[in-house]
Unconditional design. Structure first.
Length: 160
């Protein structure tokens, strides 16, 4: 944690913060490649290597300063033509994407370490147009008893 520009290490603020998070095969492959590069950096650094135990470090093994990571993230977003967002805002996007992919709210809640799925739903999610469209199609299919409706996937704006 960073407080007044100083890095403070300690236990997470809640027990729910200590958890195992499932990763997909592509992410695991990327992390393994990173680990191999880090081993090479450790060999190059030799005695100068700082064994902090962190997964993401400077080239000498020393920890990354949280503000530097945040600044780099903002710079990369700018270069990509994206609006400025905080690194922490990626949690919101991840929760929304998980729900849009059909992941159950309970799984999203536990992934984020929340004690309540209601909090997760109210705070970290937004409805993507694709999700709203799918919900409309499913509701219509239920009401009409028609699983094969024409013109699926078209968003319709109704005026009162």
């Amino acid at each position: 944690m960073q407080l007044a520009g100083q890095i403070h290490e300690g236990r997470p603020k809640t027990d729910a913060s200590m958890r195992t998070v499932a990763l997909d095969a592509e992410t695991i492959a990327i992390l393994r490649a990173h680990q191999r590069r880090q081993r090479e950096e450790r060999l190059v650094a030799g005695e100068a290597w700082k064994g902090t135990g962190f997964v993401f470090t400077q080239s000498d093994g020393d920890r990354l300063h949280p503000q530097h990571v945040s600044d780099q993230f903002l710079w990369l977003a700018y270069l990509a033509g994206l609006p400025p967002i905080r690194l922490h805002d990626l949690r919101h996007g991840a929760a929304s994407l998980m729900l849009a992919a059909g992941v159950e709210i309970k799984v999203v809640q536990e992934t984020l370490g929340h004690t309540s799925s209601a909090f997760t739903a109210d705070t970290y999610t937004s409805v993507f147009p694709q999700v709203a469209m799918a919900a409309a199609e499913k509701t219509a299919a239920l009401l009409l008893g028609d699983d094969d409706q024409e013109e699926r996937g078209a968003l319709r704006h109704l005026r009162a």
